[in-house]
Design a protein around this ligand. Structure first.
Ligand code: AMP
Ligand code: MG
Ligand code: MG
Length: 254
Protein backbone atom coordinates (compact mmCIF):
# COMPACT_ATOMS: atom_id res chain seq x y z
CA UNK A 1 0.00 0.00 0.00
CA UNK A 2 1.05 3.61 -0.47
CA UNK A 3 1.82 4.79 3.03
CA UNK A 4 -0.22 7.95 3.73
CA UNK A 5 2.01 10.76 5.00
CA UNK A 6 1.25 13.54 7.43
CA UNK A 7 2.07 16.29 5.00
CA UNK A 8 0.10 19.28 6.24
CA UNK A 9 0.69 21.45 9.29
CA UNK A 10 -2.97 20.96 10.22
CA UNK A 11 -2.62 17.18 9.99
CA UNK A 12 0.51 17.20 12.11
CA UNK A 13 -1.14 19.43 14.72
CA UNK A 14 -4.14 17.12 14.95
CA UNK A 15 -1.90 14.07 15.23
CA UNK A 16 0.11 15.71 18.02
CA UNK A 17 -3.04 16.78 19.85
CA UNK A 18 -4.31 13.24 19.57
CA UNK A 19 -1.14 12.12 21.37
CA UNK A 20 -1.65 14.82 24.02
CA UNK A 21 1.44 16.73 22.87
CA UNK A 22 2.22 20.38 22.21
CA UNK A 23 0.97 21.21 18.70
CA UNK A 24 2.58 24.66 18.43
CA UNK A 25 5.51 25.46 16.19
CA UNK A 26 6.66 25.35 12.58
CA UNK A 27 6.22 22.40 10.27
CA UNK A 28 9.74 20.86 10.60
CA UNK A 29 9.47 21.10 14.38
CA UNK A 30 5.99 19.49 14.35
CA UNK A 31 7.22 16.72 12.07
CA UNK A 32 10.19 15.95 14.30
CA UNK A 33 8.02 15.98 17.44
CA UNK A 34 5.51 13.62 15.85
CA UNK A 35 8.21 11.20 14.61
CA UNK A 36 9.86 11.13 18.04
CA UNK A 37 6.52 10.50 19.78
CA UNK A 38 5.62 7.63 17.45
CA UNK A 39 9.06 6.08 17.97
CA UNK A 40 8.72 6.39 21.73
CA UNK A 41 5.19 5.00 21.67
CA UNK A 42 6.33 1.99 19.65
CA UNK A 43 9.16 1.17 22.02
CA UNK A 44 6.88 1.43 25.07
CA UNK A 45 4.10 -0.78 23.66
CA UNK A 46 3.63 -4.07 25.49
CA UNK A 47 4.98 -6.99 23.46
CA UNK A 48 2.36 -9.13 21.69
CA UNK A 49 1.30 -12.21 23.66
CA UNK A 50 3.58 -15.26 23.35
CA UNK A 51 3.02 -17.26 20.17
CA UNK A 52 1.50 -20.25 21.95
CA UNK A 53 -1.25 -18.04 23.44
CA UNK A 54 -1.99 -16.22 20.24
CA UNK A 55 -3.82 -19.04 18.56
CA UNK A 56 -4.44 -22.18 20.51
CA UNK A 57 -6.17 -23.89 17.60
CA UNK A 58 -3.83 -22.74 14.90
CA UNK A 59 -4.20 -26.01 13.04
CA UNK A 60 -7.99 -25.58 12.91
CA UNK A 61 -8.12 -22.12 11.33
CA UNK A 62 -6.48 -20.93 8.12
CA UNK A 63 -5.34 -17.54 9.53
CA UNK A 64 -3.20 -16.58 12.55
CA UNK A 65 -5.38 -13.54 13.28
CA UNK A 66 -8.97 -12.45 12.61
CA UNK A 67 -9.71 -8.72 12.67
CA UNK A 68 -13.34 -8.07 13.50
CA UNK A 69 -14.08 -4.83 11.72
CA UNK A 70 -17.18 -2.63 11.73
CA UNK A 71 -17.22 1.00 10.65
CA UNK A 72 -19.86 3.67 11.28
CA UNK A 73 -20.53 6.34 8.69
CA UNK A 74 -22.43 9.57 8.16
CA UNK A 75 -26.00 8.87 7.11
CA UNK A 76 -29.44 10.39 6.74
CA UNK A 77 -32.79 8.72 7.20
CA UNK A 78 -33.67 6.82 4.03
CA UNK A 79 -30.28 7.78 2.50
CA UNK A 80 -29.76 4.34 0.93
CA UNK A 81 -26.64 3.22 -0.90
CA UNK A 82 -26.44 6.29 -3.12
CA UNK A 83 -25.73 8.49 -0.09
CA UNK A 84 -22.13 9.80 0.14
CA UNK A 85 -21.39 8.01 3.43
CA UNK A 86 -18.14 9.06 5.07
CA UNK A 87 -16.57 6.91 7.76
CA UNK A 88 -16.88 8.37 11.26
CA UNK A 89 -15.82 5.38 13.36
CA UNK A 90 -13.16 2.87 12.38
CA UNK A 91 -12.63 0.01 14.84
CA UNK A 92 -10.67 -3.21 14.37
CA UNK A 93 -11.22 -5.15 17.58
CA UNK A 94 -9.23 -3.06 20.03
CA UNK A 95 -8.01 -0.53 17.51
CA UNK A 96 -10.59 2.21 17.23
CA UNK A 97 -10.55 5.80 16.18
CA UNK A 98 -13.32 8.21 15.45
CA UNK A 99 -12.84 9.94 12.10
CA UNK A 100 -13.53 13.51 11.01
CA UNK A 101 -15.66 13.60 7.82
CA UNK A 102 -14.76 16.34 5.34
CA UNK A 103 -17.51 16.51 2.69
CA UNK A 104 -20.46 16.70 5.09
CA UNK A 105 -18.78 17.56 8.40
CA UNK A 106 -22.11 18.07 10.21
CA UNK A 107 -23.77 14.88 11.44
CA UNK A 108 -27.53 14.50 10.91
CA UNK A 109 -29.70 14.04 14.01
CA UNK A 110 -30.53 10.64 12.59
CA UNK A 111 -26.85 9.66 12.42
CA UNK A 112 -26.17 10.89 15.98
CA UNK A 113 -29.13 8.91 17.30
CA UNK A 114 -28.20 5.80 15.32
CA UNK A 115 -24.50 5.66 16.16
CA UNK A 116 -24.35 7.59 19.44
CA UNK A 117 -21.38 9.48 17.95
CA UNK A 118 -21.46 13.15 18.92
CA UNK A 119 -20.60 16.09 16.66
CA UNK A 120 -18.03 17.30 19.20
CA UNK A 121 -16.28 13.89 19.05
CA UNK A 122 -15.76 13.84 15.32
CA UNK A 123 -14.89 17.56 15.21
CA UNK A 124 -11.81 16.71 17.27
CA UNK A 125 -11.00 13.48 15.47
CA UNK A 126 -8.26 12.79 12.92
CA UNK A 127 -9.11 12.53 9.25
CA UNK A 128 -9.37 9.17 7.51
CA UNK A 129 -5.83 9.38 6.08
CA UNK A 130 -4.45 9.87 9.58
CA UNK A 131 -6.52 7.01 10.94
CA UNK A 132 -5.21 4.73 8.20
CA UNK A 133 -1.72 5.73 9.31
CA UNK A 134 -2.54 4.69 12.88
CA UNK A 135 -4.04 1.44 11.66
CA UNK A 136 -0.83 0.78 9.77
CA UNK A 137 1.11 1.12 13.04
CA UNK A 138 -1.33 -1.23 14.79
CA UNK A 139 -0.93 -3.82 12.01
CA UNK A 140 2.86 -3.46 12.05
CA UNK A 141 2.97 -4.10 15.80
CA UNK A 142 1.70 -7.64 15.24
CA UNK A 143 3.24 -8.01 11.79
CA UNK A 144 -0.26 -8.58 10.43
CA UNK A 145 -0.59 -9.32 6.71
CA UNK A 146 3.20 -9.82 6.82
CA UNK A 147 4.73 -12.75 8.70
CA UNK A 148 1.45 -13.27 10.58
CA UNK A 149 -1.45 -14.12 8.31
CA UNK A 150 -4.69 -12.25 8.92
CA UNK A 151 -8.19 -11.80 7.61
CA UNK A 152 -10.80 -9.14 8.25
CA UNK A 153 -14.18 -10.37 9.49
CA UNK A 154 -17.19 -8.16 8.79
CA UNK A 155 -20.95 -8.19 9.24
CA UNK A 156 -22.02 -8.44 5.58
CA UNK A 157 -19.94 -7.12 2.67
CA UNK A 158 -20.69 -3.43 3.33
CA UNK A 159 -17.74 -2.24 5.44
CA UNK A 160 -14.96 -3.18 3.01
CA UNK A 161 -16.91 -3.29 -0.25
CA UNK A 162 -18.89 -0.06 0.19
CA UNK A 163 -17.76 2.16 3.09
CA UNK A 164 -14.00 1.78 2.50
CA UNK A 165 -14.49 2.26 -1.24
CA UNK A 166 -16.56 5.43 -0.77
CA UNK A 167 -14.15 6.77 1.85
CA UNK A 168 -11.05 6.17 -0.32
CA UNK A 169 -12.80 8.17 -3.03
CA UNK A 170 -13.70 10.99 -0.60
CA UNK A 171 -10.14 11.07 0.77
CA UNK A 172 -8.69 10.96 -2.77
CA UNK A 173 -6.76 7.76 -2.04
CA UNK A 174 -5.93 6.43 -5.49
CA UNK A 175 -4.53 3.09 -4.45
CA UNK A 176 -6.70 1.17 -1.98
CA UNK A 177 -4.64 -0.32 0.86
CA UNK A 178 -3.72 -3.85 -0.29
CA UNK A 179 -5.17 -5.46 2.85
CA UNK A 180 -8.64 -4.23 1.82
CA UNK A 181 -8.23 -5.73 -1.64
CA UNK A 182 -7.79 -9.33 -0.57
CA UNK A 183 -10.61 -11.75 0.29
CA UNK A 184 -12.05 -11.61 3.79
CA UNK A 185 -14.70 -13.33 5.94
CA UNK A 186 -18.31 -12.17 5.76
CA UNK A 187 -19.55 -13.59 9.05
CA UNK A 188 -23.24 -13.20 8.13
CA UNK A 189 -22.76 -15.54 5.19
CA UNK A 190 -20.50 -17.90 7.15
CA UNK A 191 -23.09 -18.04 9.95
CA UNK A 192 -25.90 -18.83 7.51
CA UNK A 193 -23.86 -21.60 5.84
CA UNK A 194 -22.47 -23.06 9.09
CA UNK A 195 -25.86 -23.31 10.81
CA UNK A 196 -27.70 -24.26 7.60
CA UNK A 197 -30.10 -21.29 7.67
CA UNK A 198 -32.19 -20.00 4.77
CA UNK A 199 -31.53 -16.28 5.33
CA UNK A 200 -28.64 -14.11 6.53
CA UNK A 201 -29.07 -12.70 10.04
CA UNK A 202 -27.87 -9.36 11.40
CA UNK A 203 -25.82 -9.14 14.62
CA UNK A 204 -28.85 -9.36 16.87
CA UNK A 205 -30.32 -12.18 14.80
CA UNK A 206 -27.07 -14.17 15.08
CA UNK A 207 -26.85 -13.50 18.82
CA UNK A 208 -30.48 -14.55 19.34
CA UNK A 209 -29.84 -17.73 17.41
CA UNK A 210 -26.98 -18.54 19.81
CA UNK A 211 -29.06 -17.42 22.82
CA UNK A 212 -26.60 -14.63 23.46
CA UNK A 213 -27.25 -10.96 24.25
CA UNK A 214 -25.82 -7.83 22.63
CA UNK A 215 -23.30 -6.24 25.00
CA UNK A 216 -22.83 -2.45 24.78
CA UNK A 217 -24.48 -0.09 22.33
CA UNK A 218 -25.75 -1.22 18.93
CA UNK A 219 -24.30 0.78 16.02
CA UNK A 220 -21.24 1.75 18.03
CA UNK A 221 -18.53 0.40 15.73
CA UNK A 222 -16.37 -0.93 18.56
CA UNK A 223 -19.29 -2.59 20.37
CA UNK A 224 -20.53 -4.06 17.08
CA UNK A 225 -17.02 -5.44 16.44
CA UNK A 226 -16.79 -6.89 19.97
CA UNK A 227 -20.16 -8.60 19.63
CA UNK A 228 -19.14 -9.97 16.23
CA UNK A 229 -15.97 -11.31 17.87
CA UNK A 230 -18.12 -13.03 20.54
CA UNK A 231 -20.23 -14.64 17.79
CA UNK A 232 -17.04 -15.67 15.96
CA UNK A 233 -15.58 -17.20 19.13
CA UNK A 234 -18.74 -19.23 19.67
CA UNK A 235 -18.72 -20.46 16.07
CA UNK A 236 -15.03 -21.38 16.35
CA UNK A 237 -15.75 -23.37 19.52
CA UNK A 238 -18.48 -25.20 17.64
CA UNK A 239 -15.96 -26.16 14.96
CA UNK A 240 -16.61 -23.54 12.28
CA UNK A 241 -13.64 -22.96 9.95
CA UNK A 242 -13.13 -19.28 9.15
CA UNK A 243 -12.27 -19.40 5.46
CA UNK A 244 -12.61 -16.26 3.37
CA UNK A 245 -15.92 -16.05 1.51
CA UNK A 246 -16.11 -12.46 0.26
CA UNK A 247 -13.99 -10.43 -2.14
CA UNK A 248 -13.84 -6.93 -3.50
CA UNK A 249 -14.66 -6.56 -7.17
CA UNK A 250 -12.97 -3.35 -8.30
CA UNK A 251 -14.87 -3.35 -11.60
CA UNK A 252 -18.27 -3.21 -9.92
CA UNK A 253 -19.24 0.44 -9.49
CA UNK A 254 -21.17 1.53 -6.41
P1 AMP B 1 -23.97 -0.66 11.39
O1 AMP B 1 -22.64 -1.34 11.31
O2 AMP B 1 -25.14 -1.55 11.27
O3 AMP B 1 -23.98 0.13 12.67
O4 AMP B 1 -24.07 0.37 10.18
C1 AMP B 1 -22.97 1.02 9.63
C2 AMP B 1 -23.41 2.32 9.02
O5 AMP B 1 -24.46 2.06 8.07
C3 AMP B 1 -24.02 3.34 9.98
O6 AMP B 1 -23.03 4.12 10.65
C4 AMP B 1 -24.83 4.19 9.00
O7 AMP B 1 -24.01 5.09 8.28
C5 AMP B 1 -25.35 3.15 8.03
N1 AMP B 1 -26.69 2.69 8.48
C6 AMP B 1 -26.98 1.63 9.25
N2 AMP B 1 -28.31 1.52 9.46
C7 AMP B 1 -28.87 2.55 8.78
C8 AMP B 1 -30.21 3.02 8.55
N3 AMP B 1 -31.26 2.39 9.09
N4 AMP B 1 -30.40 4.11 7.78
C9 AMP B 1 -29.36 4.77 7.20
N5 AMP B 1 -28.07 4.39 7.38
C10 AMP B 1 -27.82 3.30 8.14
MG1 MG C 1 -21.82 -2.92 10.50
MG1 MG D 1 -21.81 -0.84 13.26
Amino acid sequence: MEKPTLTTVEGLRLALEELGLNSKGLKPELKQRYRKAVKKQKSSLPPPPPKEQQNEDKSAQPFDYYLFFDVEATCIEGGGFKYDNEIIEFPVDEFRSYVKPTINPTLSEFCINLTGIQQSTIDQSPTFIEVLNQLQEFLARYDLFQSASASFVTDGPFDIRDFITKQCKHSKIKKRPAYFDIPWVNIRKLFKDFYGLKENKNINGMLNHLQMQFKGREHSGLDDARNLAAIGKHMHEEGCIFKTNCKFNRNKRL
